[in-house]
Ligand binder design. Structure first.
Ligand code: GLU
Length: 623
């Protein structure tokens, strides 16, 4: 495959709403539905969605967090130092999406060795977890998702702090206490509450009000903090300071770990709660045994680029990789944007069928990572796609270990039940690069927006509900399910922090939150950029569609205004504005990315509008 021609960020950028409308009318461009750029609130650092320049870059969803990372770069820190500083600040300003009570996946490109490494900071199941963990012993039925989320049962062993210390120990240049300082300052001095923080708090108000320390911290005076007010978290400042002083052992082998376990075991509910927060089983010993292994990334080649992402327990790398390998067999180009979108949807559908069958924690079942990401398997699976019709879901999963990939074309009658999964706007993604050429792409989470809703008393951070990423019962009865709960096991993730290299040098870095829609968001941005020739910022801004082996493709409202939609519907595609959880999908994902331009400039990009607009900064801006 030829290397894609890199679109000029300047040439393809639509400057005004009128220009966007004109361009859409002229070309039917998929970049049509960009909302108005977000403006900073008084007192906030700049919230610019795009920055171009030299000397290093940071992009995250928050101007405070991006600024914290940039400060580290400006003082001589490297991309890893900046990533940890940005993440620590996100733990303060995005406490419902990230923090030391959660986990995540860290991808690192080392400019000296030209190698990509990853850290698996995924939460683990407590040592007493069993396959029937989410079955209610009284009824014999699985707990509802909501009952499981809002409980101590959903809390897994947190991996975020171990991820930070592993990254700093291996590749960083500053001590943990320096990386935490930006977060400490923000927690002490406060940050300006934006509409997203206010809305996320309001969304969680009912369950937050059930937990004493959560209500005290996040519902001052019984209500979400007002937009424009200053929110401080002195407890978290103290917690970070304690970790800065004592080191991570205070968390994994000390008082903080004991408090985390105790809080999960005895959720600190109000007297006479209206919700039943079941006690969890996490122990201090689970924390003491936690590891965040450094492991090899997944790898596929696409259009002459090397695409690296996260291996299991995340399904991000294998699923994005398989879909790209399928797409390699088609001419996906701007000259036929109906077929481009159709092929993107179908490739994603097939890759999700395989993901659901094969991917879980590789320490517990055989996950055919090499097979799923092989070019041959992508070719074998690609025969399922027809340019004149749409596949019916659920698609029969293939098998990369058998000749022909276990695929018969055309596809047979669908079997089993449709995949359902969570797809909230929880989680957060950041990217950093430094002047030496090192790059980080890091997604971190506490799972749901607001996690388990349980704050550790006096410590200022929420505990994750990552254990609800396990399947409560086998997804397809009679078919093995690699994602059932187990002791020490890591639930399957969709996080897809990704780094692309061209000839061994950084080409792009990207990722997104959004549950299972993370995978489609990353894939769609890559298709927009590499196949449709959009700039990174336009690729991020474009309206999103997410096909996850379901009869309908979830879309953002703006997607339905695209001129390609009637032709896609004529091919049999069905679009929905409501996800399987019943949640409307006004927004899918909230991406950040970096593009390394041939002239040596870095372009940092964030969402212009989704999630209130992100914040991209470079050390030495050129425009
Ligand atoms: N827990 C999800 C995962 O690991 C991320 C949560 C989200 O983005 O909604 O895939």
């Amino acid at each position: 495959m030829p290397t894609p021609t890199r679109p000029s960020p300047r040439r393809r950028r639509f400057r005004t709403a009128a220009a966007v409308v004109a361009a859409v009318a002229l070309t039917g461009s998929l970049t049509a539905a960009r909302s108005a750029p977000n403006t900073s609130l008084p007192g906030e650092p700049p919230r610019t969605p795009v920055a171009t320049g030299y000397g290093g870059a940071v992009s995250s969803v928050s101007p405070y967090a991006t600024q914290a990372g940039l400060n580290v770069l400006k003082h001589g820190g490297n991309a890893v130092d900046a990533a940890v500083a940005t993440a620590a600040a996100l733990g303060v300003v995005e406490p419902y999406s990230a923090g030391i009570g959660g986990g995540g996946f860290f991808v690192y490109y080392d400019a000296r060795t030209h190698r990509v490494s990853t850290i698996d900071g995924r939460e683990t199941g407590p040592s007493t977890m069993t396959t029937d963990f989410f079955i209610d012993p009284k009824t014999g039925q699985p707990l509802s998702f909501t009952e499981a989320v809002n409980s101590g049962l959903s809390v897994g062993t947190p991996g975020t702090l171990k991820t930070w210390t592993t990254a700093l120990d291996k590749w960083g240049s500053i001590p943990l206490k320096k990386a935490l300082q930006g977060g400490i300052d923000i927690a002490q001095d406060g940050f300006v509450v934006d509409p997203t923080f206010n809305a996320f708090t309001a969304m969680n108000q009912a369950r937050f009000s059930q937990i004493v320390p959560t209500a005290k911290l996040f519902l001052p005076n019984g209500a979400p903090p007002a937009v424009g007010s200053v929110f401080k978290n002195p407890d978290l400042a103290k917690t970070y300071k304690l970790i800065a002083k004592e080191g991570p052992s205070v968390f994994y082998h000390g008082v903080l770990g004991q408090e985390v376990a105790n809080t999960a075991q005895h959720p600190p509910t109000i007297a006479n709660p209206t919700m039943n927060f079941r006690p969890g089983v996490l122990t201090a010993s689970d924390l003491a045994h936690y590891t965040a292994p450094v492991q090899a990334p997944t790898h596929v080649s696409y259009k002459g680029l090397d695409v690296y992402s996260i291996a299991p327990p995340s399904s991000g790398g294998t699923t994005v990789g398989e879909a790209l390998n399928i797409l390699s067999n088609f001419d996906v180009s701007p000259s036929d944007q109906v077929q481009a979108l159709h092929t993107y949807d179908e490739a994603s559908r097939i890759a999700f069928a395989d993901r659901n069958r094969w991917v879980g924690d590789a320490a517990f079942s055989n996950v055919p990572v090499k097979g799923l990401t092989s070019a041959l398997y992508g070719k074998e699976r690609s025969c399922l796609i027809s340019p004149t019709s749409t596949l019916t879901s659920p698609v029969k999963p293939g098998d990369p270990s058998v000749p022909g990939g276990g695929t018969t074309c055309p596809s047979g009658t669908p079997t089993g039940t449709e995949y359902t999964g969570t797809e909230g706007l929880s989680t957060t993604h950041l990217v950093t690069a430094d002047r030496w050429g090192n790059v980080v792409s890091y997604t971190l989470t506490i799972e749901q927006t607001g996690g388990s809703a349980i704050t550790v008393p006096g410590r200022g951070f929420l505990l994750n509900n990552e254990m609800t990423d396990f399947d409560f019962t086998p997804v397809h009865p009679g078919q093995p399910d690699p994602n059932l709960p187990d002791a020490g096991k890591r639930p399957r993730s969709s996080m897809s922090p990704t780094i692309l290299l061209k000839d061994g040098r950084p080409y792009m870095a990207l990722g997104s939150p959004g549950g299972a829609t993370i995978i489609t968001t990353v894939l769609q941005i890559l298709v927009n950029h590499l196949d449709l020739g959009m700039s990174l910022e336009d690729s991020i801004a474009a309206p999103r569609a997410s096909q996850r082996d379901r009869s309908v493709t979830d879309v953002e409202p703006a997607f339905l205004t695209l001129p390609q939609v009637p032709a896609l519907e004529a091919l049999g595609e069905k679009f929905s504005l409501v996800a399987p959880s019943g949640t409307p999908t006004p927004e899918i994902g909230a991406a950040t990315g970096l593009e390394f331009l041939p002239n040596g400039e870095i372009q940092a990009a964030a969402e212009p509008a989704r999630r209130g607009g992100g914040s991209a900064m470079v050390v030495h801006p050129v425009r």
